[in-house]
Design a protein around this ligand. Structure first.
Ligand SMILES: [Zn+2]
Length: 300
């Protein structure tokens, strides 16, 4: 049996190169204690080879291994799903829909939709709190407007991020860099007893300290990048990763979909030392809600 640690492109093809192998694997992930009827929870559910379905002995209900999951609502073979999930979670700088299209030989639309569904599934559902020493910073993402120069921020999207030193990140598109927005983000995403919050000197961060959380700022304007332990270098490294992936892989990301890309980056980053990242991603897909194509193209 495959150890998830050994997942690479070669073992992926070796172990998950066929529909049957992927189905057997998904079955184990979905029902680690044995398959149960989706309708009545009975555990007597023999496999019907011809129909490729389980049939419940008590209620006669027939269901496939992927019934009711995101894997079910396409005609895409499971091994292509596996390959796409692998490519997305392993690509340090992300993978564009165009590259995915070429790599797994599907249409652009299929690749685009697939990548979006995988991203949506990877989204951290529970607000995860960062704690300890946390760096918070904001950045602007988006195109430059001709004649406005590089400093113009009018059509850019604001992303704010928090990173626990040596730990997880959380990233979010926000409407501005005002005090209310930034304080709201910090309160929502950092643990109440966070030891310290380090930011730059942007005035909107002022007043975020409380009795058990100190706040210190480096004065970037005075070319002060670090003061002892106080700096925002780690979150700034995340920004360069984000910008490299947008430039290098996605070319342009609409503000509308930026949040989804942030979720993907967040998942990859927060699982950077998790040997079970691929398996965990598949588990997330198994419980993910379906994301209709129409919703994806009409939501703002
Ligand atoms: Zn049943």
């Amino acid at each position: 049996m495959l150890k998830e640690q050994e997942i690479n492109l070669v073992t992926l093809i070796e172990y998950f190169g066929s529909e049957d192998e992927c189905r057997n694997h998904l079955r184990k992930l979905r029902w680690p204690n044995g398959v149960r009827c989706l309708r009545c929870d009975s555990d007597e559910v023999p496999w019907l080879k011809e129909q490729k379905k389980h049939q419940c002995k008590s209620c006669r209900y027939q269901f496939s291994v992927t019934a009711g999951t995101i894997f079910h609502d396409t005609h895409l073979p499971l091994w292509k799903w596996y390959l796409a999930v692998y490519l997305i979670v392993e690509a340090k700088k992300g993978i564009s829909a165009n590259q995915l299209k070429r790599t797994i030989a599907v249409s652009y639309k299929t690749a685009w939709y697939l990548a979006h569904r995988i991203r949506a599934a990877l989204k951290q559902v529970d607000a995860q709190h960062v704690k300890g020493i946390v760096e918070v910073d904001e950045t602007f993402v988006g195109g430059e407007v001709e004649g406005k120069g590089r400093g113009y921020k009018g059509n850019k999207t604001v992303v704010v991020g928090a990173m626990q030193r040596g730990g997880n990140i959380c990233l979010q598109v926000v409407r501005g860099t005002d005090r209310e927005t930034l304080h709201g983000f910090i309160r929502e995403n950092t643990a109440g007893n966070t030891e310290a919050i380090y930011t730059d000197e942007w005035p909107a961060y002022r007043g975020i300290a409380d009795e058990d959380t100190k706040h210190e700022a480096v004065k970037h304007r005075d070319k002060e990048w670090t003061r002892g332990d106080v700096h925002t270098n780690s979150i700034e490294n995340v920004w360069s990763l984000l910008k490299r992936s947008i430039v290098g892989s996605y070319h342009q990301v609409s503000a509308k979909h930026l949040d989804a890309y942030l979720d993907e980056l967040e998942f990859r980053f927060n699982n950077r030392e998790n040997p079970f990242m691929f398996r965990d991603a598949l588990c997330k897909l198994l419980v993910a809600e379906t994301l209709p194509y129409e919703k994806l193209i009409t939501d703002s």
